[in-house]
Design a protein around this ligand. Structure first.
Ligand SMILES: [Zn+2]
Ligand SMILES: [Zn+2]
Length: 116
């Protein structure tokens, strides 16, 4: 059995598709069927490793940006159930004149409402 661990981020230099390693001797592009000798790839492994790191870094940035949207609790009366605690976040609207809109989510009934 071919061990594909550590070779997941090898890409076809013709079409950019991730290569599969059906044999310990060669890797193959599943799309255009280009074969690469494993020995050729091993010589280039460092640059491929860097691209894999770049991908992970990009994913890491995406995840971190998601986490930046922290929900803070605020005393805000829910217009639906009357509960007086809600989480909120603000979002800049596309149009500059509209400014920021604050979105509230009731911590009891999850009703969402907004306030300019
Ligand atoms: Zn290809
Ligand atoms: Zn509510």
């Amino acid at each position: 059995m071919a061990d594909t661990r550590g070779r997941d981020f090898l890409f076809c230099n013709l079409c950019g598709t991730m290569l599969t390693v059906p044999s310990p001797k060669y890797a193959q592009c599943p799309l255009c069927k280009t074969k690469k000798n494993i020995k050729d790839i091993c010589g280039k492994e460092i640059s491929y490793t860097i691209s894999a790191e770049d991908i992970r870094r990009e994913l890491g940035i995406v995840i971190m940006e998601e986490q930046k949207v922290q929900l803070s609790k605020v005393n805000k009366k829910c217009e639906k159930c009357g509960h007086d605690e809600a989480t909120f976040y603000t979002r800049q609207m596309r149009s500059a004149d509209e400014g920021q809109t604050t979105f509230y989510t009731c911590t009891r009934c999850s009703h969402q409402f907004q306030e300019n």
